[in-house]
Design a protein. Structure first.
Length: 591
């Protein structure tokens, strides 16, 4: 996911609709979602959905007003059928609770050809599978109807995004990392299991009327995750089916409806297989898009080289033009950055959202409280991409330093598990990336660090994991003491403090003796560092160490040498995720 500029908001209509807003680039507040309801996960223990088949119907591509609480609301009427292949694992009981947030009418729940009694309310669809067979897969069909409420301030708040393209034709999109798949279809909406496949079939008006008197109706298309497997236009309706054949996080399931032209970039992958990278953009943006998207070829080569093969070749790599900035929808990346590069000469939305195919979509956090794994490592990949492009770290290090200014240190990156809590603070992006950047600077072995990064991806590719597993990987590969370091960064809002003062050398008054330690609160924190003049500093939490400081040129007087020492220690914050405090002066350097 991209980062967000606005404040997080809850929006409720009556007691039913929970919409969660995402912020966008440079966060101003802490977004924390903790549902007031007990997640259905507890009630549905042991049940998982092996696959979903969604068959949806849209009668209109525009919003329809409805009365609501004395006012009017514009909504998109929506009806459909969801076929879930439910599997009963260990501990499964007859009762199943699906998540379905919103004000829906559930028309039927069918299993083995018969309607089952059900109860729906407060975001929970409950029914009992009496006679289920442990280990077996049971197809259950849910029919429902109602409407989707568009995000109030897209793209600041996620959900259904309703907009128009540059010529005024409708463009619809779905992005639901915050509001969850449960905001638009009945599902087991948990991060710790992923369905093996999702099929989305949508029937919608084939043509959008001309928005201006002199233009013509336009053929609408629907583009979603995976591969297009069916497409028919019958009269005024078009029906399109897309199929995902690889495990997918539910929040990544999306659809896009609008005028789209498709083009491809040929690409030879890591294993010398010829591939096609696909792009769907508005026809009038085609020339600009073709030129701009050429950078994806180098990016793909970099990521495959640094991490391993693109994880979803079976489902393809696609970028789809959207009306919001971007989102890492697996095999169907949403892109709305206006074909613009940043001052480093690359499109950070393309590079960021594509990075999520490795970190987030293939390696997936088992709980939203662990989303620093997705965002921290993906944000790091922006700098890794620069390294690939330039053949060195200079620009990448400058990029990381620029990124460092956005670290806020207001809340710990790690949230409580099992409560649908997601700390969408900027820190899971920038501070998350800086943890690994700091470890790299600490160990000082470039190829070794690259191998550990690649090893982390390969070890967890295609799996879901929690924070501790990722911590253990880095610690066991680099130094067991880094486990405490990573935990400290994740569980504390503030940064560990390097405290220091200067002592007189009793035997030589011209020499400086540095006295230093990690502040007493940094218990368990370990991070050896190298100063810009090559001096090794390895503080211990709460215990003073002293070292003879190799001060600069002999001609310097004592005050100058002290200033140089102070500057050099303050500069450690340019390479390490720490803060520095002089006890002698009480001054504080760095972030
Ligand atoms: Zn992201």
């Amino acid at each position: 996911m991209y980062l967000n500029l606005g404040m997080n908001k809850y929006a409720r209509w009556g007691t039913w609709c929970l919409l969660w807003s995402l912020c966008f680039y440079s966060w101003n507040g802490v977004a924390a979602l903790a549902s007031s309801k007990t997640p259905g996960r507890v009630a549905s223990k042991g049940w998982s959905a092996r696959s979903y088949a969604l068959t949806m119907a849209l009668d209109t591509l525009g919003l329809v007003p409805i009365s609501r609480l004395g006012g009017s609301l514009a909504v998109l009427p929506w009806r459909g059928t969801v076929l879930l292949r439910l599997q009963a694992g260990n501990g499964a009981k007859a009762k199943v609770v699906l998540d379905l947030e919103g004000e829906w009418k559930v028309e039927s729940v069918r299993w083995e050809g018969r309607d089952m009694p059900f109860r729906y309310g407060d975001g929970r669809l409950e029914f009992s599978m009496h006679g289920f067979k442990p280990g077996a897969v049971h197809p259950v069909e849910v029919r429902y109807s109602g409407h989707l409420v568009p995000a109030v301030k897209p793209p600041w708040q996620d959900g259904l995004v309703v907009s128009a393209d540059s010529l005024g034709y409708p463009r619809l999109g779905m992005t639901c990392q915050g509001s969850g798949a449960r905001s638009w279809w009945p599902c087991l909406d948990y991060a710790d299991t992923e369905p093996d496949s999702v099929v989305l079939t949508m029937t919608f008006p084939a043509y959008a009327p001309s928005p201006t008197p002199n233009s013509t109706p336009a053929l609408m298309d629907m583009v979603a995750n995976g591969r297009r497997v069916a497409d028919t236009v019958l009269g005024s309706k078009r029906t399109v089916t897309w199929k995902v054949t690889q495990p997918i996080n539910l929040y990544n399931v999306t659809f896009n409806i609008g005028r789209y032209s498709r083009f491809v970039q040929p690409y030879v992958d890591l294993n010398s297989v010829e591939r096609e990278l696909e792009f769907y953009v508005a026809p009038d943006d085609l020339p600009e898009a073709r030129a701009h998207m050429a950078q994806v070829v180098d990016m793909m080569g970099c990521y495959e080289d640094k991490l391993g093969p693109y994880p979803f070749w079976k489902d393809g790599y696609k970028v789809i033009q959207s009306s919001y900035l971007g989102m890492e929808h697996q095999s169907a990346i949403a892109y709305g950055n206006g074909f613009r590069n940043n001052e480093w000469g690359f499109d950070f939305i393309l590079v960021h959202e594509s990075g999520h195919e490795w970190w987030g979509n293939s390696v997936s956090a088992s709980d939203p409280s662990d989303w620093w794994i997705h965002e921290g490592l993906t944000t790091l990949m922006e700098a890794v991409y620069l390294e690939c492009r330039d053949g060195g770290r200079r620009e990448a290090d400058t990029y990381m330093q620029r990124m460092q200014r956005k670290i806020q240190n207001r809340k710990p990156m790690q949230g409580p598990r099992g409560r649908r809590f997601a700390a969408h603070d900027a820190d899971i992006y920038y501070k998350g990336a800086w943890m690994f950047h700091s470890l790299r600077n600490s160990v000082g072995m470039e190829e070794g660090w690259n191998q550990v990064l690649r090893g982390a991806y390969r070890k967890f590719a295609g799996r879901t994991l929690g924070s501790e597993q990722m911590i253990e990987h880095w610690a066991s590969a680099l130094d067991p003491r880094f486990a405490g370091t990573l935990r400290w960064w994740l569980h504390h809002a503030e940064l560990p403090t390097l405290e220091w003062s200067v002592l007189e050398d009793p035997e030589d008054s011209t020499r400086l003796m540095l006295r230093y330690r990690w502040g007493p609160s940094a218990k368990g924190f370990y991070l050896p560092m190298m100063t810009s003049s090559g001096q090794h500093v390895d503080p211990v939490p709460g215990r003073w160490r002293t070292m003879a400081w190799k001060a600069g040129p002999e001609a310097m007087n004592k005050a100058d040498r002290q200033s140089a020492l102070q500057a050099e220690l303050a500069n450690l914050t340019q390479r390490y995720l720490i803060q520095v405090r002089s006890l002698a002066t009480g001054s504080k350097g760095g972030k």
